[in-house]
Design a protein around this ligand. Structure first.
Ligand code: SF4
Length: 376
């Protein structure tokens, strides 16, 4: 009886995931200029804080075919790639882009380089191994201390760790892995990622065996969750990664970007980005479990197409600045002392209960979406 129930839940999850994937993939749009393959999508210099120190870092987002597992409901990253265009980029194309990022300041003037391909660094369908090897060699031959990349865990294999060790020498390799949530329903259905906990655990241990750094990334309030569920989910996920051996974790408040399923939900008033007060609540509860870094904050306000987590106009800037300072000093007292009259709205929102299960909420949205599409 139990196994029949499990089987039926599994089939229901699989059906929901297939339907979510169809919609998510169908609404994606590439934001890259067609044919521009000789320079990166973007290059920015940011400080990176880790282990009590600041690294001078260059962050390069390559113009690339992008994520081959682009089913995540909230994620705009594949849209920053040649999504759906079937472009075949060569290792030389990627190297040209990498070199173009250092046209003004040489590689030697940075302590850390992040190279992102809007997807998975270790997926050879997304970036050829020759490009990876040349970029490793460039870092190995420089004064730079290391390289930071991101990847789903299923692409992180012993062979590719050997490749890194051979070409990167004794430089650091930091790999960001988007677990998103330790909760299977939240991760499999609400986020609809292909990342499993088993793969995450295996890849983390493999990276540690090679002396590399794994960084876990969690979403705060993925689609379909309420504000209170977001706090509970993120705190439980932080606890899970800490128990696995992580000392640092990055939490990413969900933004609502165009051409994502999250934007479709928001357009129907079925989803809002988390309040910045919710991030304060998470830090207050979980700051002793792990070193927490808050990422994806809208500090420069340049991305006008995306709805970022906010509070009211009079305190948003203060909170963003305080959260950024928290990333450096981990001083909870400054965060805990913050207040504003708008906090009552978030407290009221925290009390809002949603009686439907997460799969039922997803199912209801899919029915609504499909009904609207069949009318149009
Ligand atoms: S979160 Fe990662 S795996 Fe999911 S679509 Fe975005 S880039 Fe791909």
């Amino acid at each position: 009886m139990v196994s029949m129930l499990n089987q039926s839940a599994y089939q229901n999850t699989t059906r929901l995931r297939q339907r979510l994937s169809r919609i998510t993939l169908s609404i994606r749009r590439s934001q890259l200029d067609m044919g521009v393959v000789d320079k990166p999508f973007s290059v920015n210099d940011y400080d990176f804080y880790e282990g009590g120190r600041i690294y001078r870092r260059k962050k390069i987002i390559l113009a690339a075919p992008g994520c081959t597992a682009a089913t995540c409901t909230m994620c705009p990253i594949p849209n920053e790639a040649f999504y759906g265009l079937r472009l075949k980029l060569t290792a030389e194309d990627f190297l040209q882009q990498f070199n173009a990022a250092f046209s003004s300041d040489p590689l030697d003037s940075y302590q850390l380089i992040s190279v992102y391909n809007s997807g998975n660094w270790f997926a050879s369908k997304e970036i050829p191994s020759l490009a990876r090897q040349h970029i490793y060699q460039a870092i190995a031959g420089s004064h730079c201390e290391g390289l930071m990349v991101e990847s789903l865990p299923q692409f992180i294999t012993p062979q590719l760790m050997e490749e890194a060790r051979t070409h990167l020498g004794n430089k650091r390799l930091i790999v960001a892995i988007g677990l998103q949530s330790a909760n299977d329903t939240v991760r499999n259905v609400c986020v609809n990622t292909t990342c499993t906990r088993e793969q995450f655990e295996r890849a983390s241990h493999l990276l540690w065996e090679y002396g590399y750094t794994a960084r876990a990334y969690l979403m705060v309030k993925p689609p379909f969750l309420t504000e209170q569920e977001a706090v509970d989910d993120t705190v439980a996920s932080i606890r899970y990664v800490a128990e696995l051996g992580y000392e640092d974790v990055s939490i990413c408040p969900t933004r609502i970007a165009p051409y994502t399923l999250a934007a479709e939900l928001a357009r129907r008033n079925l989803f809002t980005a988390p309040s910045l007060w919710t991030i304060v609540d998470i830090l207050t509860i979980a700051h002793t479990i792990c070193n927490i870094r808050v990422t994806c904050l809208d500090l420069d306000g340049k991305d006008g197409d995306t709805l970022y987590p906010r509070t009211c106009p009079s305190c948003t800037h203060t909170l963003l600045t305080a959260l950024q300072a928290y990333n450096v000093h981990h001083d909870l007292l400054t965060i805990a002392a913050l207040d504003c009259s708008c906090r009552d709205e978030q407290r009221a929102e925290m009390k809002r209960q949603e009686k439907r299960s997460l799969p039922d909420r997803v199912s209801d949205f899919l029915e609504q979406y499909n009904a609207e599409m069949s009318v149009e």
